[in-house]
Each structure stands twice: as structure tokens, then as C-alpha cells.
Design a protein around this ligand. Structure first.
Ligand SMILES: C[S@@+](CC[C@H](N)C(=O)[O-])C[C@H]1O[C@@H](n2cnc3c(N)ncnc32)[C@H](O)[C@@H]1O
Length: 373
């Protein structure tokens, strides 16, 4: 049943958002700076292409001292559809099933921090020539955190972030801008880009063949496309969880629900093939494993696992309710019981599950048919 918020509720939400916006953005800046300093102290290596090793010695449950990593920024524009107590984007509303409200913004900001650890403060793996970059595009930019960081660290290029939702902050670097756009439609940008980036937009893309073709068409010769994506179902390498473990089962159900609405959460398995078929060269791929909980060895891995578990547990209902109730038809009672079991697994130190991350980067050749025409 649709539960539209009253105009009053939206007005209050807008007022709160406006009042909090500046202060929260300042806090975010400070927290990002602190994070940079913190991670340069932990370990100079990033966590791409590395395996997780189970830490059997500290088989302990999650501690709570990381609650400060959960933060909030206010949406700069509050708009959209309200359903089951959550706000969803109002643009092409049938296309994306995750919310875009404060809670989701917090989740994306926390995920940005996790990516930050994975890349050890870096933002990409493509061998970009920093001085030659003029235009950069971040598709499905969410809160704009990646685009803002990229613009900050590359002041001589223009960074454009696009998304279905206008949830980006208003205080951004002068070389950074945002627009509402559906990447599933024909792209109509007024410029070509030297680098096109995506990060965890798999749940919003139905036709990856077309997406990669459009990226190719919208790159300058020699430009790079980088896809930083994850795939579902989640995985477990050591048999501590099976397909019937509620947390694993949850991810299989998300996979099934997505499939029903035309989204393949295993799309990344064919990205290399797609990139090559489209004409990209120098195609590369790597991976990362995001532990759910602090079960692996290593301080950085434990910190990441703690953040991921909190992120998932706090947002489990929001990211699942449309998929499991509206698409798979679970009743409220079934949903509530299931979510409780899944949450228990998230905090069970005996279960060693991770979210598989796939990263691809590839170059458009210096000369290609689309540029000669
Ligand atoms: C999980 S969030 C990731 C956001 C951001 N890339 C990040 O890593 O922080 C996915 C984002 O993709 C956006 N999205 C999904 N489908 C899209 C589409 N077809 N066109 C544009 N944006 C889309 C969603 O609105 C959401 O903000």
C-alpha cells in the first residue's frame, strides 16, 4: 500500500534538511580529513586484489566503538515518493528500488568511507594522466562524495555527477556539478569525457551492453571507463555459511527480486566480454572482498568488516523492503521475521561472509570508428 507523506511532513523534512545542511557538510569534510590521516597510518596498501584470511583467534562479536563512522548529510533538495515510511526518487520511479532519504544518504556516505579504505584513499585504478584530464563523468553519483573528492584532488578538470536523485550537497568545489539523469536512457551530454566512472550502480542498470556502448561513444579517444561494482548473491569461501543461512538466503532473494524486474545482479561476470566487444582496449579487472563483520585478520580488514556489518544491519529493512515485499510478495510478518534472522547472522562471528566487489577499467582506442565518422 502506498503511503504518501503529507505536505506538512515534507515541509518539516525540508526545513530540517536546510538547517542541518551546512553544519553537516562541514562535519563530513572534517571526518574525511581525519579518515585520510587515519588510513595513511594504518597501512599503505589498498585492499584490491587481496584475499581475506580468517582470524580464528579473535572470534569475537562486533564491538560498538565504531558508531561514529555512521554520519549524516542532509539532502540538498527533498523530493520524491514516500512508500512504507521511506522516500524513493521521484524520477522514473519504476526504475530503482532503493530509497533516497536521509538514512540512505547516511548509508552511501558510510560506503564511501569503506571504498576509501579499499583504495587506501585513492579513487580509481585506471592509469589516468592527471594533467590531461579535462572532463570527468560519474554516473549514478549518489551523494556525490566520489565526484566531490575527485574534483578536489583534480582542480584542473570539470567533474559532472549524474543520478536519478538530486541528493548531492550544495557546497561543492567550483569544478564539480550535478544533474538529474537516467543512465538507462540515451545519453545527451554536451561534451565528451576523458574518464567515465561508476560505483555500485548495478541495481539500477538493466542493459549493460547499451550502457557500455554509450560510455564508449561519450569518451574522448584514449579516454578511460572504470566500473567499480559488486555482485549478488554474496559469498562465503570456508563453508561457515550455506545457501540456507538466512544472510546468504537474503542475498539470493535480492538476486531473484532484481531478476524479476530486469536487473541482473551478476552482470559484472560479463563486463570484460562487453568491454572488449564494444571496442575497448587495455581491459583490466581486479576484485575486493568486503567482509561482513570483523572476522578476517588485519586491522584494516576488521575495521572495514565492522563498518560493513553496521551499514548492512542498520539499513537492511530499507534496502530490502521493496524487493522482498513488493516484488517477491512477502507479508509484513514474514519480512519482519526474516530480517531479524538476517540481522542475527550479520553479527554472528562464526559466519564468514563477504560482499564480492568487481572492478574493471578499459581504454577507448586513440582512433576508433565512432570518432572517424
Ligand atoms: C548504491 S548507490 C551508489 C552511489 C555512488 N555511486 C556511490 O558509490 O556512493 C547507486 C546510485 O545509483 C543511482 N542510479 C541507479 N540507477 C540509475 C540510473 N539508471 N541512472 C542514474 N543513476 C542511477 C541511484 O539513484 C543511486 O544514487
Amino acid at each position: 500500500m502506498t503511503d504518501h507523506a503529507t505536505p506538512d511532513a515534507q515541509a518539516i523534512s525540508q526545513t530540517i534538511a536546510a538547517a542541518q545542511s551546512a553544519a553537516v557538510e562541514d562535519r563530513l569534510d572534517a571526518e574525511r580529513n581525519q579518515l585520510t590521516a587515519e588510513h595513511s597510518l594504518i597501512d599503505p596498501s589498498h585492499l584490491v586484489g587481496t584475499e581475506l584470511e580468517v582470524d580464528y583467534e579473535t572470534d569475537s562479536a562486533l564491538d560498538d566503538d565504531d558508531s561514529s563512522v555512521s554520519t549524516s548529510i542532509a539532502a540538498s533538495v527533498v523530493a520524491g515518493n514516500w512508500e512504507m515510511g521511506r522516500r524513493y526518487h521521484g524520477f522514473e520511479s519504476a526504475n530503482y528500488f532503493l530509497p533516497n532519504d536521509e538514512e540512505e544518504i547516511n548509508r552511501l556516505e558510510l560506503q564511501h568511507r569503506i571504498w576509501y579504505i579499499v583504495f587506501n584513499g585513492g579513487l580509481y585504478l585506471s592509469p589516468l594522466e592527471k594533467d590531461k584530464l579535462k572532463n570527468v563523468l560519474d554516473i549514478g553519483c549518489g551523494t556525490g562524495a566520489w565526484a566531490i573528492d575527485f574534483a578536489d584532488t583534480h582542480p584542473n578538470c570539470e567533474v559532472l555527477g549524474t543520478d536519478l536523485s538530486p541528493i548531492q550537497p550544495s557546497k561543492v568545489p567550483p569544478n564539480c556539478s550535478f544533474m538529474v539523469d537516467d543512465a538507462g536512457k540515451d545519453w545527451a551530454f554536451d561534451r565528451k569525457f576523458d574518464y567515465i566512472h561508476t560505483r555500485s550502480i548495478t541495481s539500477g542498470i538493466r542493459d549493460w551492453d547499451r550502457f557500455i556502448e554509450q560510455a564508449f561513444e561519450n569518451l574522448t579517444p584514449g579516454g578511460w571507463l572504470e566500473l567499480q561494482e559488486l555482485h549478488f548473491p554474496i559469498e562465503c569461501d570456508d563453508g561457515t555459511a550455506t545457501k540456507d543461512t538466512p544472510l546468504m538466503k537474503w542475498s539470493y532473494e535480492i538476486y531473484d527480486a532484481a531478476k524479476k524486474v530486469g536487473i541482473d545482479t551478476l552482470a559484472s561476470f560479463k563486463h570484460i566480454e562487453r568491454l572488449r566487444k564494444t571496442g575497448f582496449v587495455k581491459t583490466e579487472e581486479s576484485y575486493s572482498k568486503w567482509p561482513i563483520g570483523p572476522w578476517p585478520k588485519g586491522r584494516k580488514e576488521k575495521k572495514m568488516g565492522t563498518m560493513i556489518a553496521k551499514d548492512l544491519a542498520d539499513n537492511l529493512r530499507g534496502v530490502s523492503q521493496k524487493m522482498l515485499m513488493q516484488i517477491l510478495g512477502k507479508s509484513q510478518e514474514e519480512f519482519d521475521t526474516f530480517i531479524t534472522q538476517v540481522r542475527n547472522d550479520i553479527f554472528n562471528p562464526k559466519i564468514h561472509i563477504y560482499i564480492p566487489i568487481d572492478i574493471f577499467w578499459a581504454q577507448k582506442p586513440l582512433e576508433s570508428a565512432t570518432d572517424i565518422e
